[in-house]
Ligand binder design. Structure first.
Ligand SMILES: N[C@@H](CCC(=O)N[C@@H](CS)C(=O)NCC(=O)O)C(=O)O
Length: 217
């Protein structure tokens, strides 16, 4: 049985990606939610599987432990058949992998200035030029994927997959910070937020009791 260790659903964007990946795998799993920066969190990071990286998400699969959202995606894709996570056509798969990897290692300004907080919607505010550049790059990638490979589906490569789950916390940020988007990107944000797995995560976040000032504007 898999166990996915996550932080607060309201704030932990990497946890959201790991959890969405396990959910997409269709495999049975349990979850261990550690409220970030609580005594429980500190203890778990000092001992047990979380001590390997000190970060969430961490996936425990029997005697195998993985951390880092992209490693978790790849492990689950191996377990379930890669087509559940990645498009089949080589050109689509190459773009999906490239934009997923770019997301995983990129957009530092957007991530710093617009932290994930799926429970909030803020009035529009000016973005720094660097953050706007991150937004523009993401919109360009979404537009490329949607126009070349979206077909009749609602997601980047038609069916919902690894690239979508990696960008899901970006979609929540675009809504939280009321960031103006061209139609194609705005429609994609709506599709992501309406996906049942994403909606399930956000609904559960609203039920969480913890409010951490460091993540609230
Ligand atoms: N590259 C990692 C990032 C994981 C990460 O930074 N998680 C944050 C929570 S969203 C965390 O555990 N932070 C605790 C810390 O940095 O001490 C991934 O893709 O999973």
């Amino acid at each position: 049985m898999l166990d996915i260790i996550i932080g607060n659903r309201a704030y932990s964007s990497w946890s959201m990606r790991g959890w969405l990946a396990v959910r997409l795998s269709g495999l049975p799993f349990t979850e261990t939610l550690l409220p970030m920066w609580s005594p429980e969190w500190d203890l778990a990071r000092a001992t047990g599987p979380l001590a390997l990286s000190g970060k969430v998400p961490t996936l425990v699969d029997g005697d195998v432990t993985l951390w880092d959202s992209l490693a978790i995606v790849e492990h689950l894709a191996e377990q379930t058949g890669r087509d559940r996570f990645w498009p089949t056509a080589p050109s689509a798969r190459a773009l999906a992998r490239s934009i997923t990897a770019e997301m995983h290692s990129g957009y530092p300004d957007l991530r710093r200035d617009c932290g994930m907080n799926v429970r909030r919607t803020y009035a529009p505010a000016p973005l720094t030029p660097a953050t706007q550049a991150d937004v523009d790059r993401i919109v360009a990638l979404w537009t490329l994927a949607r126009t070349r490979f979206g077909g009749t589906g609602d997601y980047l490569f038609g069916d919902y997959g690894a690239a979508d789950l990696m960008f899901a916390p970006v979609a929540t940020r675009f809504r939280t910070y009321t960031i103006p988007l061209p139609d194609i990107a705005a429609r994609y944000v709506e599709a992501i937020l309406a996906h049942p797995h994403v909606a399930e995560w956000i609904a559960a976040a609203h039920e969480e009791p913890w409010v951490l000032d460091r993540y609230e504007r």
